[in-house]
Design a protein around this ligand. Sequence first.
Ligand code: KG4
Ligand code: ZN
Length: 386
Amino acid sequence: MIILSIETSCDDTGVAVLKKEKGKITTLSNVVSSQDDIHKKWGGVFPTEAKREHQKNLVPSLKKALSKASLLEKGSIKTASSLKEILFRESILLKDIQVFFKKNKIKKIDAIAVTVGPGLEPCLWAGVNFARALSCYLNIPIIPVNHIKAHILFFLLEKKEIDFPAVGLIVSGGHTELLLINSLSSYELIGKTRDDAAGECFDKIARVLGLGYPGGPEISKKAHLWETKTNKIKPFDINLPKPMMHSKNYDFSFSGLKTAALYDFLSREEKVQKNKNYINQMAYETQEAIVDVLVFKLKKAIKEYNAKTAILGGGVTANKKLREKVKKLDKEFPLIPFFLPPVSLSTDNANMIGIASFASKERLSFEDVKADANMKIYNDFKNIKE
Ligand code: KG4
Ligand code: ZN
């Protein structure tokens, strides 16, 4: 079984090819085109611009992914009859895909997996319409994939089965959610952010400090510089809150942290605002506050729900400090396996979409596939405590 997978929910264009044989999943290729340089100037993702970039990147990424997986051969495929209708709003893609199939044939793919939600609506549609066009050309079904579920199911690459219930912590640029996972098809939300997501908080504070986009990796680098400085000479008096850390429920809130960082910055003289030590210490304090809240609530959920497994997913899991603190939990919970994606699979990619599609039985015809920007994976809201 060979799957071609596509991811365009935010600002990374991903195309991957995966194979499942005798129960084992292998990644044949995983191509990610990042748009970081484009979005740097805004300090965040601008959806219409991101969609245009996806349209430009999809066919070149497809070509790379197929050729790396040795699935591309010279030849041509006749234009699919409904192509113009499917790519009505994707003029760049329409042209590129027609040119591509005039010169290329694809050896063997059994299905196309695509992220249908949640995410930025215009971006999702670029990927979904691309998948629909390919499905129509190749006459193969589509497997719709939930992006959040894919951030969780990466573990299937190394382990086929886990013990339930599991607690899942999703930390990305758009989501911060704690989930109780009863089986691979049953998820309950136990807590979520009431405002900004953890990754969004990293990005926004990085912007205040004049660091690049995405902010998470930049903050992490500066925090490391601060931490490893042997002589933390004269630390600044910075007090950032750890919002909702001790609230009775499992919700999060990061907008107060962002505001506190902004006020601290604005209260400083210009020469301090530009001082490397100040910036590095602010990055360190920001990272500590975010990571401590995440780890504290994760531990609390594991205990209260008697979890047998813990799974973390989403771009923020690339954070070194978060990974270190999660790895140390082994001591406190020796019987519980903690799954963290490899750093290369933390941020958005199509590999995880392909992996998640192997856990799905859904097969749709291209006419029935739609993007759903607000798609959820949980059935009900279990957060009853206030
Ligand atoms: O999962 P992801 O690639 O996209 C969404 O689904 O949102 O996550 C992107 C987020 C960004 O906010 C980025 O700043 C954050 O993940 N991120 C990090 C690190 N690498 C990426 N945050 C903290 N530390 C990192 N090393
Ligand atoms: Zn994501």
